[in-house]
Design a protein around this ligand. Structure first.
Ligand SMILES: [Zn+2]
Ligand SMILES: [Zn+2]
Length: 183
């Protein structure tokens, strides 16, 4: 977290905890109207409809990944840029039976990608940086105590599906449900 503080202080920002609100971002200098305060790529992302390029989100010239038939790309450039993560995602999706693949929603895919990306960063296949690491996701508040039972059951079902796709014996299904609540 010290490194994060350092990176943020260069941008005139700091992180602090406020009771009831949790972690907040504060400015340490004045910003001009229209000035960009901070910009960050998401830890993981998926198109909300399948007919979009997985990397650049365009709807043009799409081709499905021939191996998994789930993910689309607009061309080789985007496919290559996404390959480090999609290589492992593709293997996992290819093992899911055809009927079940249809029930995989963008939210489920997002969570699968989140776990795969965390694993790839643990294995140093994808580099970890101060602003791009799982700790930042982990420290988000899950609000599990604020959600109703119906929603909890839904998150539990979604978490089970994620676990089924990943097939990692050591995976913590409760943690996946909490991550759905964070998202
Ligand atoms: Zn693209
Ligand atoms: Zn694929």
């Amino acid at each position: 977290m010290e490194e994060l503080e350092e990176a943020l202080s260069d941008k005139g920002l700091t992180v602090s905890s406020v009771p009831e609100k949790g972690r907040c971002l504060f400015t340490t200098r004045d910003f001009f109207p229209g000035e960009v305060i901070i910009s960050e790529d998401p830890y993981v992302s998926v198109p909300n409809k399948s007919a979009k390029c997985e990397w650049c989100f365009t709807s043009n010239n799409l081709k499905r990944c021939s191996a998994c038939q789930v993910v689309c790309y607009c061309g080789n450039t985007c496919q290559k840029l996404d390959w480090k993560l999609h290589r492992v995602e593709c293997q996992a999706l290819s093992k899911v039976d055809k009927e079940r693949v249809k029930s995989i929603t963008p939210s489920i895919r997002l969570m699968v990608k989140l776990y795969l990306r965390r694993k790839l960063q643990d294995e140093k296949v994808i580099p970890i940086t101060v602003m791009d690491n799982y700790n930042l996701v982990e420290s988000l508040v899950s609000h599990m105590t604020d959600i109703d039972e119906k929603q909890l059951v839904l998150y539990a079902q979604m978490a089970n599906l994620v676990s089924l796709i990943l097939q990692w014996p050591e995976i913590n299904v409760k943690e996946i449900a909490e991550n759905f609540s964070k998202v």
